[in-house]
Design a protein around this ligand. Structure first.
Ligand code: CP3
Length: 357
């Protein structure tokens, strides 16, 4: 057993309930006591207790404060009793940690001061070592102590999605500069994807070594690509990150938005569970990902419908999920900030008490 596998195996032993958690069982394709549920962006602006602790504290600043990370990560677990916690951080945090000049602007997202355009720009970005992120190790350890039997999901941004912020300099609809580099400067592209992939793998390793029991790779904007371009220019890099996480012995979730056509490739990239957005019926997604688990995929706007409409649609998702090797219930993308937390509490209870087949 390598040190890393030993570390991963050691953390469930610290909390006997963890290995038997519904979330980890579903992620491994084992029979579950109930359909596990958590929500992407379950911590955040939809929660009044989040808005209170974030008052006057910048987003990146809060991600680097272990006490705040522990508190914010625990907030939705306390409120909803969800089956997993997701580490409170951001996909651009590891870049900030190695020294890239960037910020997360409220209502906008990540903004990079000097966008990456040349090979020299790529080479100027340091690789990530644990010494860059002591506050991450500290926050994960604090969390694992508090979470007891609830698994913690570590995460990283996938190379394509993170590259989009670095190359565009901020959020983008078309990802035009990013794809111009991908099509027109393959050696720069390859170096950039290797750089980001290495940072993502190292960042996930820190989270797992300190106690995260699963990881999710967010390739939110991969849906901008054709399957052919994804396979040629992106998939090998994401596959390296997922393989490195697999070496650590934890289940890997691979998620993107608008990825209906990419689902088979996102599975083949090395996912145990493929995250599905709400645009693809879950039954279709299950047919495309092969013998893997799925996560999703209720339309995040259904929380604004009457409760019985929301729960009827949730029931359809749960029923469809039975055909998969494992099903983790989630929304098809993040919680919308104006979501009523009471509605998510009702949804959590509904999913967890829904009868098994
Ligand atoms: O609860 C969780 O899901 C964990 C926390 C989390 C955040 N960002 C916190 C955050 C996670 C998993 C992310 C990942 C992330 N960040 C992604 C991939 C997931 C996805 O939604 O597709 C992406 C694309 C980003 C980049 C990013 N960071 C965006 C687009 C934004 C939103 C900008 C805005 O203000 O609308 C951020 C900021 C951010 N990350 C917030 C949170 C809670 C909001 C900032 C705030 O609360 O002030």
């Amino acid at each position: 057993m390598t040190d890393a596998v030993a570390a991963a195996a050691a953390s469930p032993a610290a909390h006997p309930g963890l290995a038997d958690s519904a979330f980890l069982k579903a992620a491994r394709g084992e029979p579950v006591p109930h359909t596990p549920v958590w929500f992407m962006r379950q911590a955040g602006r939809s929660l009044p207790e989040y808005l209170r602790v974030r008052e006057g504290v910048g987003m990146l600043e809060s991600c680097m404060d272990p006490d705040l990370v522990v508190e914010i990560t625990l907030q939705p677990v306390r409120r909803y009793g969800v089956d997993a916690a997701i580490f409170f951080s951001d996909i651009v945090l590891p870049l900030k940690a190695v020294g890239v000049d960037l910020d997360i602007k409220p209502g906008i997202g990540p903004v990079v001061a000097s966008p990456v355009r040349t090979l020299a720009d790529v080479e100027a970005i340091p690789d990530l070592t644990p010494e860059h992120v002591p506050f991450i190790a500290q926050a994960v350890e604090g969390l694992v102590g508090e979470l007891a039997g609830t698994p913690l999901i570590g995460f990283a941004g996938a190379p394509f999605t993170v590259a989009s912020y670095l190359v565009e300099g901020g959020p983008s609809k078309e990802h035009a500069k990013t794809k111009a580099m991908m099509f027109g400067a393959p050696e720069v592209w390859d170096a950039l994807m290797r750089k980001i992939g290495g940072i993502a793998a190292a960042y996930l390793e820190v989270q797992v070594r300190h106690g995260a029991s699963a990881v999710q790779l967010f390739d939110s904007w991969a849906g901008a690509l054709t399957p052919q371009d994804y396979a040629q220019h992106v998939m090998p890099h994401s596959a390296r990150v997922l393989a490195a996480a697999g070496e650590l012995g934890v289940p890997r979730i691979h998620f993107g938005v608008g990825t209906s056509n990419l689902l088979p490739l996102m599975g083949e990239a090395g996912a145990d569970v493929v995250g599905v957005d709400w645009r693809t019926p879950l039954a279709d997604a299950i047919g495309r990902v092969g013998d893997r688990g799925v996560q999703g995929n209720l339309d995040p706007t259904l929380v604004f419908a009457p409760t019985e409409v929301m729960t009827a649609r949730a029931a359809e998702v749960i029923e469809a999920g039975r055909a998969a090797r494992g099903h983790v219930f989630n929304l098809g993308h993040g919680v919308i900030p104006s979501t009523d937390p009471d509605q998510l509490a009702r949804l959590t209870d509904f999913v967890q008490s829904y009868p098994l087949a």
